[in-house]
Design a protein around this ligand. Structure first.
Ligand SMILES: [Zn+2]
Length: 113
């Protein structure tokens, strides 16, 4: 008897969940969030690295990099372009004293198709 009314309850619970999501997407300015890159985006960053050939500040390596996640910079620093991202790089040279660095890229460098 009560089980009939109870079977409708999951619907209202679902509405609760979707309300949460709607509120998230309605927020005008999203806080800076780490953006994980998929394989294709990492590939584009690798291509960019081959073009720019940045040097590791610690050991001078220019060839071997591991591409990490991206962090939007436009929200954090006024002097950066709004679509600027810092992409984490890890130096691939063995024994590098400080392998963790990053490169500033534009959104179009890796996010657009
Ligand atoms: Zn290095």
């Amino acid at each position: 008897m009560t089980s009939t009314t109870r079977s409708k309850q999951p619907t209202s619970r679902g509405e609760d969940g979707s309300r949460h999501f709607a509120g998230d997407s309605l927020r005008p300015a999203q806080p800076p969030e780490i953006t994980p890159l998929d394989e294709q985006q990492r590939d584009r960053i690798h291509r960019l690295l081959r073009r720019r050939r940045p040097a590791c500040p610690s050991c001078g390596n220019r060839r071997r990099w591991t591409v990490g996640d991206a962090l939007p910079l436009g929200f954090l620093f006024l002097d950066e372009e709004e679509d600027a991202y810092m992409v984490a790089l890890t130096c691939g040279r063995r024994g590098c004293p400080r392998p963790r660095t990053g490169i500033v890229v534009r959104e179009e460098d890796f996010l657009s198709a």
